[in-house]
Design a protein around this ligand. Sequence first.
Ligand code: ADP
Ligand code: ADP
Length: 221
Amino acid sequence: MTLLNATDLYRFYHVGDDETRALRGVSLELRPGELTVLLGASGSGKSTLLACLAGLDDPDGGWIALGGERLSRQPEARRARLRAAHLGVMLQSGNLIPHLSVLDNALLTGALLGRRDAARARELLNRVGLAQRLHAYPSQLSGGETARAALVAALAHGPRILLADEPTAEVDAETEDRVTELIGDFVHGQGRAALIATHSPRLAARADRVLHLSDGRWADA
Ligand code: ADP
Ligand code: ADP
């Protein structure tokens, strides 16, 4: 069984006469019970890959399926529906709504799906050390707090797949361990998987699989 299947993804960006080949034939499967860590130098294509898998960007070539349904080359409304049904997404570009508190951000997706779970949102915020910041707004948070609030906002509705970009950015070692443990618990629940771009050796040590992007391809390809 595969939760997410991506085959032969290409993504080119055009700026003026310049072309950047951000993804050049990337294939990937996410299977239940697996924590996959995504490594790669800055500019290697990690954010582009996560954005495509999240249905926030659309690849120029290849295809992506989520739970057996095609995500790529679909209208935005359909991608948004599939995203809500299957994914928790935490990206550097920020998945926090500026005029909602940390707690309300964590409750938002669940509320939209008709399964708001305030107890779980509070528990997750507590576990990542944000119990004192429930009523703060995103603009009032430090970089590390923002990453953790965004991670909880991605997880609190109970998705099957977590896609996250540097969830342990700018945190101390103890908090890094708490975030790592939370992600480990998430993945080891029933039928869940995570793909996490990270530079954290602690998080990488917990991975079931480590994939390395280099210049838009898998490094060993
Ligand atoms: P990473 O997340 O690994 O740092 P990115 O996916 O952000 O890599 O970037 C991959 C390549 O695509 C880089 O060369 C980057 O400059 C380029 N790129 C990313 N987004 C855009 C964009 N919106 N327009 C033009 N080039 C982009
Ligand atoms: P399941 O019944 O699907 O196996 P549970 O809800 O019993 O999963 O949770 C299994 C483990 O995963 C528990 O330790 C729980 O704290 C943790 N967990 C559950 N949901 C989430 C979530 N959305 N984010 C992070 N951890 C979670």
